[in-house]
Design a protein around this ligand. Structure first.
Ligand code: HEC
Length: 165
């Protein structure tokens, strides 16, 4: 009897090892670059470090892969989040976006952070240090909106100044 359990366990371990080499969401771990994030934007050091800490694992090619991200089933959950995050917004290729797309992305960053939709809640469960303080939310929000305005003004230099509020 004991022997049979041991064989079942062995089969399960072998299956887990084999499955860990299967990447249903693409082999996201193979994509890595040290290219600067959000290249071309003016970004204060504190906002930059908050974004690195709380967003870069899913929205850049500088993901830090924890041990559990190499073993099924957690590897599939992590790879799915990273694949989804990069496909919506990849900060490692920011400069390839048109100015319009950059402005749109900055608006989304501002609203996602303000509404506490990002970072994803399942990520925060494990990465407690990625949680944003109110001050960090405000800093990202104000920065993203200011950068969007700056890009928009650069695109339309002749536009009349908006009326003073
Ligand atoms: C655990 C992975 C993960 C982390 C960490 C994370 N995101 Fe996301 N993000 C996603 C995924 C996945 C999506 C795709 C949409 C969804 O599932 O809600 C997304 C979508 C977005 C979008 C919407 C893009 C679009 O085109 O609609 C923005 C903006 C965004 N994230 C910004 C951020 C910011 C800013 C941070 C850090 C404060 C952050 N995210 C942290 C995974 C993540």
């Amino acid at each position: 009897m004991k022997k049979r359990w041991r064989s079942i366990l062995l089969v399960l371990v072998i299956l887990a090892v084999i499955c860990s080499f299967i990447h249903p969401f693409g082999n996201v771990k193979a994509v890595r670059s040290d290219h600067a994030l959000l290249q071309g934007l003016n970004i204060p050091p504190d906002v930059s470090s908050t974004i690195r800490r709380s967003c870069a694992d899913c929205h850049s090619e500088q993901t830090v892969w924890p041990l559990y991200s190499y073993v099924v089933p957690s590897s599939w959950l992590v790879e799915s989040d990273v694949a989804g995050g990069r496909s919506h917004l990849n900060m490692s290729h920011w400069e390839t976006l048109s100015s319009d797309d950059q402005q749109q992305a900055l608006s989304k960053i501002a609203s996602m952070v303000k509404n506490r939709k990002m970072p994803l809640s399942q990520y925060l469960l494990i990465h407690r240090d990625a949680k944003l303080s109110d001050a960090e939310v405000d800093a990202i929000y104000n920065w993203a909106r200011a950068e969007r305005k700056r890009l928009s003004a650069t695109d339309n230099p002749a536009a009349p100044a908006p009326p003073a509020k």
